[in-house]
Ligand binder design. Sequence first.
Ligand SMILES: *[C@@H]1O[C@H](CO)[C@@H](O)[C@H](O)[C@H]1NC(C)=O
Ligand SMILES: *[C@@H]1O[C@H](CO)[C@@H](O)[C@H](O)[C@H]1NC(C)=O
Ligand SMILES: *[C@@H]1O[C@H](CO)[C@@H](O)[C@H](O)[C@H]1NC(C)=O
Length: 335
Amino acid sequence: MGYISFIFLLIAISCVAMKPYPLGINFGPNHITAAYITAANQPVVAARLAVDDEYRALIADSIENEGKKVQRQGQWYLSDGDSLIPTSPDPDHNPKLESIFAKWMDRIHNTVNTNASIPNIITSISIPQHFNGSLYSAVGNAALKNEEGMIRPWQTRHYYNAARLAYHLNSCQGLGLDSRTCHIEDGPHLVLFLDYNESYLEFFLADVGEFTFINVAKKRMEHLKTSTFDASNADGLRNELLSFIDRNLRYDVRDDLRAIVFSGDAAKSRFQELRNEIIRAMPEHATRIRDSIDPALVGAIGAAEWAKLQVQNPKILKDIEVDTTIPNNPVHDEL
Ligand SMILES: *[C@@H]1O[C@H](CO)[C@@H](O)[C@H](O)[C@H]1NC(C)=O
Ligand SMILES: *[C@@H]1O[C@H](CO)[C@@H](O)[C@H](O)[C@H]1NC(C)=O
Ligand SMILES: *[C@@H]1O[C@H](CO)[C@@H](O)[C@H](O)[C@H]1NC(C)=O
């Protein structure tokens, strides 16, 4: 090999080896997972930590109290059956919550630190879909205070809005549309998420654009938790799915359902069963199922893709007031 080509080879190797994108992390119900995208566009899981009792309690409390605190004409209420009891607003800062999230970000750094070839800067975070505004702020405040890679609140996204990026469902190509004729913002482009972990199955329907993510409908089922789909609960699942689709999608817009994304930490065999039942219920949508990525890692890999997008398009992180061409993010990201 000539001297010159050897130099070029070295440059080529160092370019490929050099620049992985920063970390994205997913705050899941059972694991906190960090991932990144390599310079060769491969997603890599860098750390996956099992949660502790304190974090589990926080998740359980947030699920239990989801939607109970509501605001009407400036006043906050707790809903108790049919009545509304006046209550005080949440504080702007909740040091206890913030310290829990900061602790897990520290743990991710400490885990990743042992391997110099892994980037150790967090620039995007995915949080549970049901997190309310106060929890969203607590994660954001912890990250903005402690993470040098976090400079804008919208580097944090709710779960499905991050997860969709694992399958590039923010572009015409990712949505399976012809990029010569399709305009990403001329929707609807519907995505159905099936989040499955054995104690529940959640259907979540969203209308997506490049930066927009509009929550259309959700239904969480706790009663499909039996060990496997036998004939009776398989029928139940198909009926639930079809009635969810009928209620939320007119027959003539079914083709706008561009992708069906599997996520969650149920066993592989359960996802296979789920897949079979989805195909029985909606055979014409079989090719739109997205399950090539391990469903348990979809949130973290989506967050990693979001971290990569920020590097490729740094304008995303400019101030919205300064650059009004950049859409606010997340938009409509509340059900
Ligand atoms: C948000 O959730 C937390 C945890 O469940 C709760 O303490 C808080 O009051 C909720 N805030 C609102 C505005 O719903
Ligand atoms: C460091 O991380 C890379 C990428 O995940 C992995 O391929 C490599 O084996 C790790 N090295 C060590 C010593 O763990
Ligand atoms: C499913 O999620 C719940 C909390 O949301 C958790 O307690 C349970 O352990 C999870 N199941 C599995 C199999 O991970």
